[in-house]
Write a protein that binds this ligand. Sequence first.
Ligand code: MN
Length: 256
Amino acid sequence: MAVIDLHCHLDLYDDPIAIAQEAAKRQVYVLSVTTTPSAFAGTARLAPPGSRIRTALGLHPELAVARERELPQFERHLPHTAYVGEVGLDGSKPHRSTLDRQAGIFMDILMLSARAGGRVLSIHSRDARKLLLDLLEVEPMAGTPILHWFSGTESEIQRAADMGCWFSVGPAMLATARGRAVAAAMPQDRILPETDGPFGMNRGRALFPWDAALVNPTLSSLWCEEERAVERQLISNLRTLTEVANKYVPQGLVTD
Ligand code: MN
């Protein structure tokens, strides 16, 4: 059975090379997100040739203000990947004071993505969901957003889905009743699994990319479908998303 992890920080594990090699050996489809443009090239090199690991170019909202000077690097790398992430906004207490500047940088990223012809974008939205959707609406040509670990209300999910957004959900999110309720409101043909490892945890330890399949039994009960039907739906979703990505950048990188 194919395992899909649409949001994982391979470069932030204690032993990134070993984790990337194990993920490749297990043939996991991984979207390997980065937190700064300067981490992109090294992280892309973690993916063994022929693997199903694809690397996204990111500027994490918690680092965006401090690393704003890396935007020219972002622009330089952008032609080489169909995937942007992790990007977005963080309005939680430690970062609320920089939200205006985060928003400016995020708009720059959306504009660059639009100008490049669109990208698949893995997006963080903690405590800034409305503003985030407002900004995505301003730049609809940026591409196809995947809202990662999105914890919106039913009407926010509806609004996001109407705007063409996808969603990635992980075992840590689905471990809470609230997370499960949110996931149940998402369109089944726009959901993909993620781990957010090594930050995403399960029973006190960091999740690995191959743990993403832990979401399947939960989705199975939320959707009232057999697990095999869930697996088929998720693979079909990945195929659709990959076709979109390949339109942005040919061979540009989750599946082949
Ligand atoms: Mn993350």
